[in-house]
Design a protein around this ligand. Structure first.
Ligand SMILES: [Zn+2]
Ligand SMILES: [Zn+2]
Length: 272
């Protein structure tokens, strides 16, 4: 669970662990909307609050800008105890455009997986994903299935597959998309647990490195409509360092929501 802030002026949404973590990014965003209320004539920096007409000024340094930002944030309240999936009605698809090996991705993975009763993870790094599940969730989901290209997926995890509700499905190291689609379809048609199906798809970057963008987009479109039929909550990961912005923009259109990370917070502008 996290705190959420939604801009009153635009569709910008921000999630943070708490109000302190949200303060600066929220204030920075509000400052963009209130830019015309901040003036600098070369000598004096002055601001006037667009909501309550409070004013302030300084003659040196950027103290006025910081004071204005703090003041703007005082007008805001964060909703607490929300889930990022609330933004899409609790089921649907989210594209997380975050460095896939960092703390933000780990936080998002745990946040989404904590909603799952029936969990399906498609990954090339099963050991890391299983360790994260084991260490961060209060308890294992009713069922966890891992679809992976890795040869020895449980090596070095210390996890006893007989002791947890876990199933490993191995897929070709160089999957063709129709083969991958078929494996996913048959996996999805044999649900292992009632409740919420949460899917984590980690190999989007690998697919983009192998196939044409339009081919990957068509594959995603089919997969996402299949997941819709299951009322799944799905999270797809894309590392912004590995792809051109134009490719990311194309892929974003397939998802209900795209989420980016900035330091310790997540931000989103809902996709049309
Ligand atoms: Zn805004
Ligand atoms: Zn004010």
């Amino acid at each position: 669970m996290v705190s959420r802030w939604q801009c009153r002026h635009c569709s910008f949404t921000l999630w943070a662990a708490n109000s302190d973590a949200a303060a600066d990014p929220v204030a920075t965003h509000l400052l963009q909307h209130a830019a015309s209320n901040l003036t600098n004539d070369g000598v004096r920096t002055a601001w006037r609050c667009p909501y309550c007409d409070t004013q302030g000024q300084t003659y040196a340094g950027d103290g006025a800008v910081e004071a204005f930002k703090s003041h703007l944030f005082e007008h805001e309240t964060l909703e607490t105890g929300v889930h990022m999936a609330d933004a899409i009605g609790r089921t649907g698809s989210a594209l997380l455009i975050v460095p896939t090996d960092g703390a933000a991705a780990a936080n998002a993975r745990t946040h989404f997986l904590s909603r799952g009763d029936d969990v399906l993870i498609v990954t090339a790094s099963p050991a890391a994903r299983l360790r994260l599940l084991d260490e961060t969730l209060d308890s294992w989901p009713t069922s966890t299935r891992i679809l992976t290209t890795a040869a020895d997926p449980l090596a070095s995890t210390g996890i006893d597959p007989a002791a947890v509700p876990l199933e490993i499905v191995t897929i070709d190291r160089r999957p063709d998309l129709s083969g991958l689609g078929e494996t996913l379809a048959s996996t999805l048609s044999s649900r292992r647990a009632d409740g919420t199906l949460v899917v984590e798809f980690d190999i989007l970057s690998e697919l983009l490195a192998t196939f044409e963008l339009q081919t990957v987009f068509r594959f995603l479109h089919l997969l996402l409509s299949r997941l819709d039929q299951e009322d799944a909550l799905s999270q797809f990961y894309l590392d912004p360092r590995r792809h051109q912005r134009a490719s990311i923009n194309v892929l974003e259109k397939a998802f209900d929501l795209s989420i980016r990370s900035k330091g310790t917070v997540f931000t989103a502008e809902p996709n049309d």
